[in-house]
Design a protein around this ligand. Structure first.
Ligand SMILES: Cc1cc2nc3c(=O)[nH]c(=O)nc-3n(C[C@H](O)[C@H](O)[C@H](O)COP(=O)(O)O)c2cc1C
Length: 395
């Protein structure tokens, strides 16, 4: 049996669990090193088939940062975020996708996935460096595209202000933002669904009852005093050893998915845990009927990530929340994996209905991703690249 995960957890897991949305910022600028790190993360984020159909633009020009709140709140939708007009963040991330020539299958525009993963990686890098942020899907599209200088055919799908969080009356932040934060954290964020409601073992509907990971279940509060090593480049594993992933690692992974931000705190992401090479093999045969996976390429663990229905379904028709919120939770899994000594491969393009059928997923849920995890193999498996290995660096 593999060794269990020690508590307290590593810095990346702590950042995942500590992150909360902040809507009020101190007036001071972010250190140049933080801005550089955000650019690096945005530039090196993996994407579906390495195509970079979606990306994160880092906007630290003070003039652009000054104009962005008006651009966001122009029009009707942006009016849901009046706090931004007062919160003065020194930097904005704009998550954007190539609507014209980005990779897509039918109505699934994969730029949503690329943007969601890159955006969440940048958010976690900011968290690790003590900066706060807030994903925002409520904004005026044309004004934001213009203010961010997006290219022809590119559409923004989220705006993320970043700055040092202003907490407490002496912090210099706006009362509106601080009040909004306090209310949102108490009313929305604190009401996280319990793990057994969002995670299932083996088959949809069988609650995943985790062993004790008390520090993870509460989230992690307060400043991080540990030195932040940086997220580092997020790269898929070349293959997996057959060694099983122990329960404590699994519980930490699922807690990390559970603390992902989601629009309206809807927490639509669900996770079905499929354990053992043989069981994973049967599922993957259904997922990839035309591309059988060699036995030695099979992972010992697959977390199948789904979306539950929610009344607010999409930002725009092309930008459904199931293709944004679920990949954000996937990004949390991948960042946590690095701290847990696990490698990963992720697929988004496969036979979604066959996987749903095999796991008993109800018709109103959507299967989104297959996240394969395991101890990385020492040497890459022979043969062609696994069909699971779709979230890749560019090039
Ligand atoms: C895709 C997406 C869109 C969001 N849009 C907004 C928004 O427009 N305004 C806002 O104040 N918060 C927005 N949020 C933040 C959520 O309300 C927040 O993540 C959720 O309440 C959970 O709280 P936490 O992030 O503090 O854990 C958004 C989050 C996501 C992931």
């Amino acid at each position: 049996m593999a060794a269990t995960v020690p508590a307290p957890p590593g810095p990346r897991v702590r950042a995942v669990l500590r992150r909360r949305s902040y809507r009020s910022f101190r007036p001071d600028p972010l250190p140049a090193e933080t801005i550089r790190a955000l650019r690096d993360v945005a530039a090196s984020a993996p994407s579906v088939e390495g195509r970079r159909s979606g990306r994160v633009v880092v906007l630290d020009d003070p003039e652009v940062a000054r104009r962005m709140p008006r651009a966001v709140t122009a029009g009707l939708v942006g009016k849901i975020n009046p706090w931004l007009l007062r919160s003065n963040p020194p930097l904005f991330l704009v998550v954007a996708g190539d609507s014209r020539s980005g990779l897509r299958d039918g109505d699934r525009h994969w730029y949503n996935v690329d943007g969601a993963v890159a955006g969440q990686l940048a958010v976690l890098e900011a968290t690790g460096r003590g900066a706060g942020s807030c994903w925002m899907a409520g904004f005026h599209e044309r004004s934001v595209a213009e203010a961010a200088g997006l290219g022809e055919g590119e559409r923004p799908l989220a705006v993320i202000p970043v700055g040092h969080p202003a907490v407490g009356p002496e912090s210099g932040g706006s009362w509106l933002g601080r009040g909004w934060d306090a209310a949102a954290q108490r009313i929305l964020s604190a009401r996280r669904k319990p793990l057994e409601r969002i995670a299932h073992r083996g088959r949809f509907g069988v609650p995943f009852i985790a062993g004790e990971v008390p520090w993870a279940a509460r989230g992690v509060a307060g400043d991080d005093d540990a030195a932040w090593p940086g997220l580092g480049p997020l790269r898929p594993a070349a293959g997996f050893s057959g060694e099983p992933v122990d329960e404590s690692r699994l519980a930490v992974l699922l807690e990390c998915a559970r603390w992902a931000p989601s629009a309206e705190n809807s927490q639509i992401a669900r996770h079905v845990v499929v354990e053992g090479r043989a069981v994973a093999g049967a599922l993957l045969a259904a997922a990839f009927p035309d591309a059988p996976i060699e036995t030695e390429q099979l992972p010992p663990l697959v977390i199948v990530c789904l979306a539950a229905p929610f009344p607010i379904r999409a930002r725009t028709r092309e930008q459904p929340f199931f293709l944004i919120d679920v990949p954000i939770a996937v990004a949390n899994l991948l960042v946590a994996a690095a701290d847990l000594g696990l490698g990963w491969q992720v697929a988004f393009r496969f036979e979604h209905h066959a996987v749903a059928g095999a796991l008993g997923v109800p018709d109103d849920h959507r299967v989104v991703a297959l996240v394969a995890l395991g101890i990385p193999a020492r040497a890459p498996a022979a043969g062609p690249r696994s069909p699971l290995d779709q979230l890749r660096p560019a090039g």
